[in-house]
Design a protein around this ligand. Structure first.
Ligand code: MF3
Ligand code: CO
Length: 287
């Protein structure tokens, strides 16, 4: 792009005062053989504003779930809260009809790794741990985050896996830096999980997000430090490791084709933050 032309991102600034430095730096890394994001993965200021509004609604939905979740309610009741709060604020639950997913939210309990389907017959019981994964479309822009909830008094085993998963995501976030790599996040997460005797699911991971539900890159949480895509200001993606008590292996429900279970029936926990890489750090948009 010509240095004095208006920048492609729509900021209204000249290219030389806007994305030129970033793209020269990317070019330098690309020449060393590194994986750099395509321009379309760098969100523009206008897109960032829209996506932040979507993310704010996503957080509000999770907060509403947090207020109401307790022993005795069904996962279908969680689905109803998510649908009602999202739509009453002008949003659409992103999971609903996504590749045939039948509900507005994923609810994954105990040995369920992810993609559990809300069900009126699945009643939360004291001692359960549950991941509620909320994803929102607002004005065509996507956001995604999930939390773990402990239902009443839970076992020490359950307590520990939820705590360590929180620590993993926070350590992953702390390792995320502009001009670092996705593998830095993975390494921080995987190291902490292993130190606690846990494993990290390998074949399901995070993703770019914002203009679509699932964009490039695929985000692994088992790759080495310094590997994978360069982290460039403007990128958005999720940090959402699935941590298993035992084996990282899993199987998918044969009846519904969605729910993922641990192969050894061990507990699994997941927490998801959606982040934006900025020039001086990483901003959490929804968690
Ligand atoms: N929120 C999940 C993710 O992080 C979405 C699963 S797709 C669905 O990728 F259809 F199950 F919702
Ligand atoms: Co996600």
């Amino acid at each position: 792009m010509e240095r004095n032309a208006l920048c492609w991102c729509g900021s209204g600034k000249k290219y030389k005062k806007c994305h030129m430095a970033i793209e020269e730096k990317m070019q330098f890394h690309a020449e060393k053989g590194e994986i750099v994001p395509k321009r379309k993965l760098l969100k523009t200021p206008a897109q960032i504003e829209k996506i932040k509004a979507s993310a704010a609604l996503n957080t509000l939905v999770l907060d509403e779930v947090a207020k109401k979740i307790r022993a005795g309610i069904s996962t279908e009741e969680i689905n109803k809260i998510v649908y009602d709060v999202t739509t009453s604020h002008g949003g659409i639950p992103a999971p609903l009809n996504y590749e045939g997913f039948p509900k507005s939210v994923c609810t994954s309990i105990n040995n369920e790794v992810c993609h559990g389907i809300p069900d009126e017959n699945r009643i939360l019981e004291e001692g359960d741990i549950i991941n509620v994964d909320v994803s929102t479309i607002l004005d065509g822009y996507f956001s995604d985050a999930s939390r773990m909830f402990k239902i009443g008094q839970v076992s020490e085993r359950a307590e520990k896996i939820v705590r360590v998963t929180e620590e993993c995501v926070e350590l992953g976030l702390a390792a995320a830096k502009p001009w670092g790599h996705l593998g830095d996040i993975a390494d921080a997460i995987n190291t902490h999980a292993q130190k606690n005797g846990y494993s990290v699911v390998e074949d399901i991971g995070g993703h770019g997000i914002g203009l679509q539900f699932h964009e490039e890159p695929f985000v692994s949480y088992v790759t080495p430090k310094g590997s994978e895509m360069l982290l460039v200001p403007g990128m958005m993606f999720t940090i959402e490791p699935m941590i298993n008590e035992g084996s990282p292996d899993f199987f998918v429900d044969e009846d519904n084709d969605w729910t993922v279970y641990t192969i050894d029936d061990g507990l699994s926990a997941q927490i998801e933050y959606m982040v934006l890489v900025t020039e001086d750090g990483v901003e959490v948009l929804t968690k």
